[in-house]
Design a protein around this ligand. Sequence first.
Ligand code: ADP
Length: 398
Amino acid sequence: MKILVINAGSSSLKYQLLDMPEGKVLAKGLCERIGIDGKYKYEAKGEKLEGETPMATHSDAIRFLTSMLVDPAKGVISDMKEIDAVGHRVVSGGEKLYESVLVTAESKKAIEECIPLAPLHNPANLTGISACEEVMPGVPQVAVFDTAFHAKMPKKAYIYALPYEYYEKYGVRRYGFHGTSHRFVSEQCAKAMGKDIKDLRIITCHLGNGSSIAAVDHGVSVDTSMGFTPLEGLPMGTRCGNIDPAIVETIAVKENLTVSQVLNILNKKSGVLGVSGVSSDFRDIAAAAKEGNERAALANDMFVYAVKKFIGAYAAAMGGVDAIVFTAGVGENDKTFRLKMTEGLEFMGVKVDPVKNDTRGKIAEITADGATVRTFVIPTNEELVIAMDTEAIAKAAK
Ligand code: ADP
């Protein structure tokens, strides 16, 4: 079965065509600057192409990418009809959509109702769905939610200590994000350990530009660091993570800014970028720290410290931990961070072997001899999870 996976943003659209059940990536690409001037990247059969093409709408982008897929020279299929189903990444499924669903008029309405919870993302995801409906009528489409894996958190973990009516009236609670990634790497971790996930307590650290940690207790995400929005939790590339909410007023008053302007700063100008003043990219910060930039070193230390605190907290939340997983851009690639984030956790049975830790971008166990908690590097693959869910749901709907 050939599944097209779509991750639509407001002016961009990432895609992969996967051959299932093997999960082989036949082609992948990116359409950018939709509605502006239209740029594309396309990769198939070991060849990479990029260029410009007018894309006024997301439908134009879908038309363009499908024309690439069926192109006699550059393509990987001979007819659009070979695309059996389309899977969409959708950011928020709110409280009602806690598993992947077939796209129907009803589920689209439910995704629309979640727009207040993801005002930047859900409208773009819906645009991607409509564009596919227009260009590929009759092809089953499936929505896979970033929030779904966290939907079984206990209430004590998702309720904020605010007047309860805000939860009831506006759905103000923790939802969490990166669910597809936390689900995938926790399942892969259980597999690598040769155990049933239902017998394990796993802490998954998704550390990229956006970062979150989850406590996966016997296969269920029981807590996660992102909250009502992706702003909460760890300091990230540009997001502040946990801060005292009273700071918002202080900055607004002192700098004569509106709440939205302050939130924009907390989302886009804070995190390691804000502290270092150098970059939001952890590679740039590491390089600056190496050259003696103290604020860059501080940004690094702050990030490491926050990750360590969440690991401790989630071990306590689950009454122990059997495995820790590092994933995403930083988690998969940066051995120094992994070593620092686990240093000093020997008291709870965590110790990483520096030699085994000298690895990148592939599944690897990096546990030191004698450690009782096993530590892994596991590359995430959100597209594969979306394709797997899409395959199962499209088959069931036939
Ligand atoms: P997102 O999906 O949230 O945009 P990624 O998971 O792609 O982010 O992670 C991006 C981050 O990963 C960047 O800050 C980058 O510095 C870091 N990163 C990527 N590759 C490496 C590497 N080889 N070594 C260290 N950090 C890396």
